[in-house]
Ligand binder design. Structure first.
Ligand code: N7H
Length: 476
């Protein structure tokens, strides 16, 4: 048996395992122009700008230290200027560069456009050909993506200018989108209002101190190609080792419409005001309260102190004695239960784990949108996640879990779990239902009249290791 070396953290891009600290983030999609040799030559100068895991972890540690110093002096910590860069290529990009050997992932190789219908994205069929309702940039295909994250737009723009100066006329920017952490008390919350970024798996060789609820760290090959437990280890070319697949999705969110739905359908529990019933319905759809407190630990009432405690806010697995067969605490189809069913699946879910990054985009809901219950400004989530096998990670979670009304399986026959109410996509919108939203009437189904998260496109990218960028992608 061959032994696979441990992960070299200076070789893996920083966004994958550590995440780059950010208040703002700009995603730039680009095409490589015809002089590919010039692109590869100029890329040599860009590689040193790509953030490694060691650097991203170092930045996180410095920020923590800086905050602790400020707290010790009783002052508010000023924002440290930080910026980090991630680079990925689509299959079209690999082809353009002239990298023709298979990377061992058919889903990546076909690209997201061909996967759109299978994912459940909406579109039209003309002469048997499906065209999704996507932004043009994603329908035409892009070669690569830069994600530039940092403390401010100014720092980010300066880094973009530096990258563009080095690449000169060898690329054309096709599309960009800038996201930001939401203001004030909404910091860290996505646009529906729920705290995000709480649960990601710990990864062996990187997370030496997993938090309660992260469980046994996943083996690195679940996220990184060519490392321990990569299911397609044998199929990987040497340049793919320590890279990861980045699934990007531009997801618009219909926030005023979502809020109206909650308002119209409060859960009628005795003692709850209509407002509290609506808030409870929101929590039942997501599986966490807006504060982040999980329903499995706080089933009837929000618990902001629990929500703010990283030692407790992820420490649950749906295995209270009554949990696996009832929806008393958390509906089977709640978003977080669908996308990480924890103990609902008796067999190990290690291969289904993904590392989520991403950031909200678009303005806050305006008073007139809120009043009319209608979106007039585009807002949502620039979603991305990392995994070593797309068919096990993002694609599987979306298609086989979120879109699948029967999942999680093995529940009481009279209680169909239903769609994931946040990201589930149905070919027939009339069939969108979710069970168990009312804990006192578990067999009742709630109709979900709309998909409040709308895919406007995306692409599958490969984020290579630093050494592969230097030796295979760039040329001196
Ligand atoms: Fe989800 N939301 O606000 O409702 N997600 N998500 N997601 N999501 C999570 O646990 C949300 C999307 C996962 O380990 C939280 O960090 C929204 C896609 C997974 O318990 C919240 C959108 C996919 C988890 C949201 C969106 C996933 C998760 C709780 C789109 C994959 C971890 C915070 C606009 C296909 C589950 C947290 C676990 C958590 C929301 C997209 C997957 C609040 C609004 C596309 C695996």
């Amino acid at each position: 048996m061959t032994t696979v070396p441990p992960v070299n953290l200076s070789n893996v891009q920083g966004d994958i395992l550590a995440g780059i600290p950010k208040k703002f983030e700009t995603t730039i999609f680009f095409n490589i122009n015809n002089d590919v040799a010039a692109f590869r030559k100029h890329l040599t100068q860009v590689v040193p700008l790509i953030t490694t895991t060691t650097q991203a972890k170092g930045t996180r540690d410095s920020i923590l230290q800086h905050k602790q110093n400020a707290a010790a002096q009783g002052v508010q910590a000023a924002l440290l200027p930080v910026v980090g860069v991630t680079l990925g290529f689509s299959q079209l990009g690999l082809k353009k560069i002239g990298i023709n050997d298979s990377i061992g992932d058919p889903v990546f190789e076909q690209g997201q456009l061909k996967d759109a219908q299978h994912l459940g994205d909406k579109g039209t069929i003309t002469n048997g050909q499906f065209t999704p309702d996507w932004l043009p940039a994603f329908k035409n295909g892009v070669h690569g993506v830069f994600v530039i994250a940092g403390d401010s737009i100014i720092t980010i723009e300066a880094k973009i200018a530096e990258i563009k100066l080095k690449l000169g006329l060898t690329i054309t920017e096709v599309f960009r989108s800038t996201g930001n952490v939401r203001p004030g008390p909404e910091k860290g919350h996505e646009h529906f209002g729920f705290l995000d970024g709480i649960s990601n798996p710990a990864v062996k060789d990187f997370d030496t101190n997993p938090l309660p609820g992260q469980g046994t760290p996943v083996r690195p090959g679940i996220i990184l190609l060519g490392r321990e437990a990569d299911p397609n280890l044998a199929a990987r070319p040497s340049w793919a080792v320590e890279g990861s697949f980045l699934a990007f999705r531009y997801l618009s969110q219909l926030v005023p419409e979502f809020d109206q739905f909650l308002k119209k359908n409060p859960i009628p529990l005795p003692g709850l005001t209509p407002e509290q019933g609506s808030e409870f319905l929101g929590a039942r759809l997501v599986g966490r309260w807006k504060s982040g407190a999980p329903l499995d630990l706080a089933p009837l009432k929000d618990d902001p102190i629990l929500a703010a405690d990283p030692q407790r806010n992820n420490d649950f697995d749906y295995s209270f004695p009554e949990d696996l067969q009832t929806q008393d605490r958390c509906p089977f189809a709640a978003h977080v239960r669908k996308t990480n069913p924890r103990n609902d699946l008796q067999n190990n879910t290690e291969t289904r784990r993904i590392i989520r990054r991403g950031i909200p985009f678009g303005p806050e809901v305006t008073p007139s949108e809120a009043q009319q219950g209608k979106t007039t400004h585009d807002r949502g989530l620039l979603f991305r996640c990392y995994q070593s096998v797309l068919a096990n990670g993002f694609q599987f979670i979306q298609v086989s879990w979120a879109n699948n009304t029967g999942f999680p399986f093995g529940k009481p026959a009279d209680q169909v779990p239903g769609f994931d109410p946040i990201i589930g996509q149905a070919a027939d919108p009339a069939s969108r239902i979710m069970g168990g939203t009312n804990p006192q009437n578990a067999t009742a189904n709630l109709g979900l009249p709309a998909e409040w998260v709308v895919s406007k496109g995306g692409e599958y990218f490969f984020a290579p290791s630093i050494s592969a960028l230097k030796t295979t992608f760039a040329t001196a």
